[in-house]
Design a protein around this ligand. Structure first.
Ligand code: SF4
Ligand code: SF4
Length: 110
């Protein structure tokens, strides 16, 4: 599986935080920060919008780095992604992502 597929199956190359980072695009960082603040009811600043991918080396958003329960779980269990986990189909941590995103589930199931 390509490294820019996240633990949850999302494609990091399509994430606006990743796109803003690789293009060093401050206008897009501002836009993403405003949108994510509203969606998450949290104070997300443009400076937090720096991420090179959930499974890749390098900078990550604070959420990806340490808050996401999916990433922490898969990392702790030393899975390549959730696709390696025998509990994937019934997992309540993963389902908010894969339930809304058939492409992510497809990526995990290979
Ligand atoms: S941080 Fe969590 S939700 Fe975000 S891409 Fe990684 S596993 Fe998926
Ligand atoms: S229990 Fe859920 S979040 Fe944890 S590795 Fe398995 S599928 Fe991923």
């Amino acid at each position: 599986m390509k490294q820019l597929i996240a633990y949850c199956g999302l494609d990091c190359e399509k994430c606006q935080a990743y796109i803003a980072t690789v293009n060093n695009d401050d206008a897009l960082r501002k836009e993403v920060a405003a949108k994510w603040s509203e969606w998450n009811k949290a104070d997300i600043t443009p400076g937090m919008i720096n991420c090179l991918g959930c499974r890749a080396d390098g900078v990550k958003t604070p959420y990806c780095a340490s808050l996401c329960p999916i990433r922490q779980c898969a990392l702790g269990r030393q899975f390549g992604t959730c696709g390696d986990c025998p509990e994937m189909d019934g997992c309540g941590k993963l389902s908010p992502i894969t339930g809304n995103n058939p492409a992510a589930l497809k990526n995990l199931k290979g």
